[in-house]
Design a protein around this ligand. Structure first.
Ligand code: ACM
Length: 724
C-alpha cells in the first residue's frame, strides 16, 4: 500500500523561517517511501507549509465533497477540478462528485461545519467554505485557504470561494506520479497572497486574440493564482469591442475583428468563475487612431484617419479642448462601465507625443488661455475631466504612469511601466499603484530576471509602511506586436508563472533554482488546461521545415532552434530589414523559438556545475561533450534543408555559428578533461570567435555562448580546472 497508514513524525518546514532546512527553501521535500525525494510542485510557493511522512493515494475512487457555504460557482469549480485531475492522471473516476449530487451527509454536516469543524464527509477531499465572496469581486477580498493532506484524506478550508479555488489549484499541483501510483504528499499548507492585485494584461489591439485564447490563458491565471485579467481593448491598430452607441468604432476601426458585448459578458463570467477580475482598458487620448477612423471630428488633427498598420508611437490624439470629446467619452465609458462590472476602469494615458496638439493653433491658444503651460498640462487637464467621468459612472480610474499628477483625487491607481521610481513617487503622493516595469513579457527576459523584480524594491524600498501599503501588486504585460493567436501562449507561459509567484509568495521566496524546477513542472501541467505554449513549437518548426524535409533535417532544425532566443527588449524593431506591420507573417524561426530557451539554460547550468566541481565531474563532462558534438555536427542537415525552405535559409548563418560554438566547446572540453594547456594564443582566438557568434543574426541569439565562454576561460587554470 502506498504510505497510507503511516503516521510518522511531523516535519516542520517553515518556508519563511530563517533557520529552515535548505531543502525546504528549494521546494524539495521528502515524501513517500524512505529515501524517495519529490519536488513540492506548488507554484506559487505557499506562505507556509509543513510536511509529514506519508501521502494520500489518488486513484479511481477519488471523491470530493463540498461542505459549509456553497454556490453554483463552487460546484462548477469542483467539476472542473475533477476534470483537470482526470486529465493530469488519466484516471477514470468511479464515483460521481458528491459536490454535484449533494449528499445527505453534506447537508447534516453543514451545521457542524458552520461552527468551524469541517465535515467528515468520507470523501477523499473535503472542501469547506465559510461564506460567500462579494457579488462583484473586489480588490483585497480574503483569498486565504488551509489545505491539510494526510494518508487518510484531505481537507481544504477557506473563508470565501476565492480561497477555496486557490486551494483546489494547490491540490492539483501536489498530485504527482510515484512508483506506487498517483499521490499527494502529506502536508499542511496555510496560504494567502502577499499582494491583492496580481494580473496579466493581454493586448488584443495590435493583434486580435480570439476568445478561446483568452479563455485558456484565464485558465492559466487561475492555475498560478493570479486574479486580474487586464484587457487592452483599443489601439492605433484596432478597436476591439462592440459599442452599440458608437458602432463606427468597431465597424471602421477593427477590420471586423472585435468582441461582441455578448462575448465580453461571457468572458467576464468565465473569469469570475475562476476568481479573476476583468479590468478593461480603453487607451486615451493617444494610442487612439482606430477610434478616430469612425469619429474623426474628435481628433486633434485634420483627419481623415486610417487604421494604423505599423508599430510605434503615432500622432493621432483626442482633442482635449473640444467639449464633444467629453460628451462622447462620457457616453461611451458609461456604456462600457455597465458592461464591465469591475470597480476599476483603465483609461491608458500613455505615450502621447503631442504632435497633433502642437500643430493645431486652436489647441495651442487653449493651452495659453487656460495657463496649462504645455502638452503635459493639457493632458493633466484632460485627465481631471476624465477622472470625473469615470467616477460619475461609479468606477476608480487606472492609468499608466503618464496620468500621475498630484492634484488628481487619490482613488486613482497608477500602473507603472517606465520605472519603479514612478510607483514609489505615486505611493508617496498618496496614490495606489501596480508595477509592470520589469514584467513586460514581450521583452523576452528570462523568468529569473522577472522574478528578481519586486514591487517593493528599488525606490519603493524606502517607503514608510503606510506608503508601501499603497502598492497593490503588479501585472505582467503581453504587448502583441510580435505575437498572434499561434504563438501568444508561448510568449506568456511558463515565464508568467514566475511573476505570479513574485506577486503571491512571501518576499523571502527568492531561490531561482527552486523557481525553475517548479516552473518547469508547472509548464508541463499547464498543457492539461489546453495552453499551447509547448505544442505550437513542433507545429511551427514542421511548417518552417516543409513537407520535403527528412526526419533528420527536422531533428537538426529542432536542435538549432532549441538553443535560440529572439533578440531582447526592443531590438526586434531596431534590427528589422523590412518594416514590420500588422500584416507581417509571424512564421519565421524567430517567431517559433521560445523567449527563454530551456535547453540553453540547462546547458549553461551544467557548465556551472562542472566548473564548480573543479572539472572532476565525469558525468557532467560526458554530457557537455556529447551536446557540444551534436552542435558541432548539426550544420550539414540545416544547409540541405535550406535548399528546400526560405524560412530555414535565413538561419543558415546562425547554424554555422552553432557549429563554431560546438567546435570550440569540444576543444575546450578536451583540454579540461585531459588537463593539458592550450597554446598561448588559443584562448584569445576562441574568445574573438565567440564574440562573433554572440552577435544576433536573423534577429536570433545563440544562448549557450555564455557557457562555452566559461569553458574556454577555464582552460587557463584560473579555476581549479585546467592543468592537473
Ligand atoms: C506602455 O507600454 N506604453 C504602457
Amino acid at each position: 500500500m502506498f504510505g497510507r497508514a503511516r503516521t510518522g513524525l511531523l516535519k516542520r518546514f517553515n518556508l519563511l523561517g530563517r533557520g529552515c532546512v535548505a531543502a525546504a527553501m528549494l521546494g524539495m521535500m521528502v515524501v513517500g517511501a524512505p529515501g524517495q525525494q519529490a519536488v513540492l510542485n506548488v507554484m506559487p510557493l505557499p506562505s507556509n507549509a509543513q510536511m509529514r511522512d506519508g501521502a494520500l493515494s489518488v486513484d479511481a475512487n477519488f471523491s470530493v465533497a463540498l461542505t459549509g457555504y456553497s454556490e453554483a460557482r463552487l460546484e462548477r469549480a469542483v467539476t472542473r477540478f475533477r476534470q483537470e485531475l482526470a486529465r493530469q492522471t488519466g484516471l477514470v473516476w468511479k464515483r460521481e462528485a458528491p459536490a454535484v449530487a449533494k449528499t445527505e451527509a453534506t447537508k447534516t454536516e453543514t451545521a457542524k461545519a458552520a461552527s468551524g469543524t469541517p465535515a467528515a464527509s468520507g470523501a477523499t477531499l473535503t472542501v469547506h467554505t465559510e461564506h460567500a465572496s462579494a457579488a462583484i469581486q473586489e480588490l483585497g477580498e480574503n483569498e486565504s485557504y488551509t489545505l491539510e493532506v494526510s494518508a487518510s484524506g484531505a481537507t481544504l478550508t477557506a473563508e470565501t470561494p476565492l480561497g477555496t479555488m486557490h486551494g483546489l489549484q494547490t491540490f492539483l499541483q501536489l498530485v504527482a506520479v510515484t512508483p506506487q501510483g498517483f499521490a499527494a504528499p502529506a502536508v499542511t499548507i496555510q496560504d494567502k497572497p502577499r499582494f491583492p492585485w496580481r494580473g496579466l494584461m493581454i493586448d488584443s489591439g495590435r493583434h486580435f486574440m480570439p476568445m478561446e485564447i483568452l479563455k485558456r490563458n484565464i485558465d492559466g491565471l487561475e492555475a498560478v493564482k493570479m486574479n486580474v485579467f487586464h484587457w487592452h481593448l483599443s489601439e492605433n491598430q484596432g478597436f476591439r469591442i462592440e459599442s452599440k452607441k458608437f458602432p463606427r468604432l468597431q465597424e471602421l476601426g477593427s477590420d471586423g475583428l472585435y468582441y461582441t458585448q455578448e462575448e465580453v459578458r461571457e468572458l467576464i463570467e468565465y473569469a469570475r468563475d475562476r476568481g479573476i477580475r476583468v479590468v478593461p482598458e480603453f487607451d486615451v487620448p493617444g494610442h487612439s487612431t482606430a477610434w478616430l477612423v469612425g469619429y474623426p471630428e474628435l481628433g486633434s488633427g485634420p483627419g481623415p484617419y486610417e487604421i494604423e498598420r505599423k508599430w510605434g508611437i503615432f500622432d493621432p490624439a483626442f482633442d482635449p479642448t473640444n467639449e464633444k470629446t467629453y460628451k462622447f467619452l462620457n457616453e461611451f465609458f458609461g456604456e462600457m462601465a455597465k458592461l464591465f462590472p469591475d470597480h476599476f476602469f483603465h483609461v491608458g494615458g500613455d505615450e502621447v507625443n503631442g504632435k497633433e496638439w502642437d500643430a493645431n493653433p486652436k489647441i495651442q491658444s487653449f493651452i495659453k488661455a487656460n495657463a496649462l503651460q504645455n502638452d503635459a498640462g493639457l493632458q493633466a487637464y484632460f485627465n481631471k475631466k476624465l477622472q470625473a467621468i469615470i467616477a460619475k459612472h461609479g468606477k476608480s480610474m487606472v492609468g499608466w504612469d503618464e496620468v500621475l499628477t498630484p492634484d488628481l483625487p487619490k482613488d486613482i491607481v497608477i500602473q507603472s511601466w517606465r520605472g519603479q521610481d514612478s510607483l514609489a513617487a505615486a505611493a508617496k503622493q498618496g496614490f495606489r499603484g501596480i508595477l509592470s516595469n520589469g514584467y513586460y513579457l514581450d521583452l523576452g527576459w528570462s523568468a529569473a530576471r522577472h522574478y528578481a523584480v519586486d514591487p517593493t524594491s528599488g525606490a519603493a524600498a524606502t517607503l514608510a509602511p503606510v506608503e508601501s501599503a499603497r502598492i497593490l501588486g503588479g501585472e505582467s504585460c503581453m504587448w502583441s506586436e510580435y505575437v498572434n493567436a499561434e504563438n501568444v501562449d508561448s510568449r506568456i507561459w511558463p515565464r508568467n508563472a514566475a511573476i505570479a509567484e513574485r506577486l503571491w509568495s512571501p518576499q523571502s521566496v527568492t531561490d531561482v533554482a527552486s523557481m525553475y524546477a517548479r516552473m518547469d513542472a508547472e509548464s508541463a501541467r499547464l498543457e492539461w488546461l489546453g495552453l499551447t505554449h509547448r505544442t505550437y513549437y513542433r507545429q511551427m518548426l514542421q511548417r518552417i521545415a516543409g513537407h520535403l524535409a527528412t526526419p533528420q533535417e527536422v531533428a537538426a532544425l529542432r536542435e538549432l532552434a532549441d538553443v535560440l532566443e529572439p533578440v531582447k527588449d526592443y531590438a526586434r524593431e531596431q534590427s528589422a530589414t523590412n518594416e514590420p506591420t500588422s500584416g507581417t507573417a509571424l512564421n519565421r524561426v524567430v517567431d517559433a523559438v521560445a523567449l527563454e530557451s530551456g535547453a540553453a539554460r540547462r546547458f549553461n547550468e551544467l557548465v556551472d556545475k562542472y566548473l564548480a566541481a573543479g572539472c572532476k565531474d565525469d558525468d557532467s563532462a560526458n554530457e557537455l561533450r556529447a551536446q557540444l558534438i551534436r552542435w558541432r555536427d548539426n550544420d550539414p542537415a540545416i544547409e540541405s534543408l535550406a535548399q528546400k525552405s526560405f524560412l530555414v535559409k535565413e538561419v543558415v548563418p546562425v547554424s554555422q555559428d552553432l557549429a563554431t560554438l560546438g567546435k570550440i566547446g569540444v576543444f575546450a572540453m578536451d583540454y579540461l578533461i585531459l588537463g593539458s594547456q592550450p597554446p598561448a594564443a588559443w584562448r584569445t582566438d576562441q574568445s574573438a570567435l565567440l564574440t562573433d557568434v554572440s552577435k544576433p543574426k536573423a534577429q536570433l541569439l545563440l544562448v549557450p555562448v555564455a557557457g562555452v565562454q566559461k569553458l574556454v576561460s577555464a582552460t587557463g587554470g584560473a579555476t581549479s580546472c585546467g592543468v592537473k
